[in-house]
Ligand binder design. Sequence first.
Ligand SMILES: Cc1cc2nc3c(=O)[nH]c(=O)nc-3n(C[C@H](O)[C@H](O)[C@H](O)COP(=O)(O)OP(=O)(O)OC[C@H]3O[C@@H](n4cnc5c(N)ncnc54)[C@H](O)[C@@H]3O)c2cc1C
Length: 398
Amino acid sequence: MPKLLILGGGYAGLAVAQRLDAISRGRTGWEITLVDQRDFHLLQVRVHEVAANTIPVEKVSIPFNELLDGRKVKFVQAQIQEILPLEKKVLTSAGPLEYDRLVVALGSETRYPPIPGLREHTFPMKDLDDAIRFRKAVIESFKAVTDPSQPPLKAVDERLTFIIGGGGLTGSELAGEMVDFCSDLARRAGLPQNCFRIVLLEAAEHLLPTLDRQYGEYVRGELRSHGVLVATGAMIERVEDGVVYLKGGKIVRGKIICWAGGIQAASVLGRSGFAHLADGRISVDEYLRSKEYPEVYVLGDAASINDKRTGRPVPWTAQYAERQGHYLADNLWDEERSLRTRPYLPFSLGTAISIGRNEALTISGPLKLTGVPGRLAKNISYDNYEWNIRYKPRILKV
Ligand SMILES: Cc1cc2nc3c(=O)[nH]c(=O)nc-3n(C[C@H](O)[C@H](O)[C@H](O)COP(=O)(O)OP(=O)(O)OC[C@H]3O[C@@H](n4cnc5c(N)ncnc54)[C@H](O)[C@@H]3O)c2cc1C
């Protein structure tokens, strides 16, 4: 049996494995192996909600053994160390794995531009561990100021000032959730509601720079009305322990600094003999194949492809990653049945940006929902995804 090896069980990789198994009703001729360093699928789009204590850890991690039919898809928990495309082999912590076709869906990691002190003095916000560490540090900050041996709180106190660098989706959503989290902590500690500050710094001229300016401006207005201090055009030049230096001479002091200002492809790709872009991503053709090795597909955050209709890069979001996975599974199954395969056409149902625990801006085509209805729509999309990965493959197989 030919071997289909899928690296990464995130939105893209899981989608390929589940859908190929489901639409073929378990009859695909591929021997499918999925490899991931974790033994669970991470709902990464909700990681910042764990950081802000909105939801517990269990809400974002689903064990692979609940999602994969072990008879058809073999799961291997291992760290990918290197891909050797010339030898059609992948080196992993569990030993080498060979393939006939390879799906690289290893996602992305935090990117640190060359800003002195940035890596050393900030918390990233990408993985579950990042979120847990951040949440703990925020709780500790509130505990520390209520310790009677500590000096009393000042009106503006850097011990309860939390700085977020990067006003994209992650940073903006985290800022909103942090207001609710800190509000809870202040109430429990018997502190006034105005004892903390959340500062959001964005280098571009508006928040959410990958979306239309109007949406960034809307989210900025809403965050401000929740008490977040938003600074756009704020270029971070240097970071020290508890201090951010901005271009132009401004200084912001805060106990905890989070860096949510950029991502790059998983670093293993840079060590794996593929020609890659400056951000580590691999350029793919219209069938999501590596341009150098046509038996290698690259999906999700690891891939770079432009939308032909807009000329703009396909966004690195879970929505696109999942759809790319489904697209590839459909093509693989069509190919097996000698049907014509089709090129990839990016498609999105819309975008939803939460503003705290109870509000969101949800845009889908001409539909725009704000406030509580916007948040309900976002929550429905979360539930829908979970339903799709838990139950839909089983239903398709019947
Ligand atoms: C806080 C936050 C909020 C977000 N919010 C949204 C949102 O609201 N909407 C949206 O559409 N997108 C959102 N995104 C983006 C979205 O999460 C990503 O675009 C999406 O996860 C990419 O999917 P993927 O399959 O390419 O990679 P991932 O989902 O990251 O999966 C990659 C997998 O590869 C595994 N892996 C990586 N390296 C190795 C290795 N060396 N060895 C073994 N396994 C490895 C990982 O464990 C992981 O399971 C958000 C991201 C973050 C961080």
